[in-house]
Write a protein that binds this ligand. Structure first.
Ligand SMILES: [Fe+2]
Length: 179
């Protein structure tokens, strides 16, 4: 069953505590998606899970700094939506959950989908003034993508096509809240 990402985003944002345009907000999620699908195409990761990771991994942050447990809370939200908006069998869901729960723990080995998710997020660290260390990336593809992804992170690139696929315009993404 295919996922309705626009409906998932709407559900996430109903309970999202931070400004949409924040460092960990919607445009970051969209760049994570674009990074992650490229890594997954190269390393055999599951692109559908990567797309869901982009939406859920920071969905239940409560601050823009160190926020212990936010990855687990994002995974828990995905779990709460299983059967309604999230349609993954147990094995694929477990990967999504683990990707969210562990995404700030610095791991560099594991299932290809996990690696694609974690690299996707790390490739966007330039938005908060951090140059990703290639040695702390998980995959060769992420190291190859680093100059491209880092430039986009620093420039606050807005992936309009991803936003459109989520039912959102660039103007929506800079609002403090979304209906
Ligand atoms: Fe993130």
């Amino acid at each position: 069953m295919t996922h309705d990402h626009a409906l998932i985003l709407r559900e996430i944002l109903r309970g999202y505590a931070l400004p949409l345009h924040g460092d960990h907000g919607v445009v970051h999620w969209a760049r994570v998606l674009e990074n992650g699908v490229r890594v997954a195409a190269a390393n055999g990761g599951d692109a559908d899970v990567v797309r869901l990771f982009a939406l859920f991994h920071d969905a239940r942050r409560v601050n823009e700094d160190v926020d212990p447990g936010h990855g687990v809370r994002g995974g828990d939200l995905a779990r709460a939506l299983r059967g309604t908006l999230v349609h993954l069998d147990d094995a694929r869901f477990d990967v999504l959950y683990e990707a969210c729960a562990l995404h700030t723990d610095g791991h560099t080995t594991g299932d290809p989908t996990l690696l694609a998710c974690w690299d996707a997020d790390r490739l966007d660290l330039g938005r908060v003034g951090i140059v990703p260390n290639p040695e702390l990336l998980c995959t060769d593809m992420a190291r190859e993508l680093l100059p491209w992804a880092h430039n986009r992170a620093v420039a606050a690139h807005v992936p309009t096509e991803v936003l459109a696929s989520w039912g959102m315009t660039p103007a929506d993404s800079v609002r403090r809240r979304w209906a």
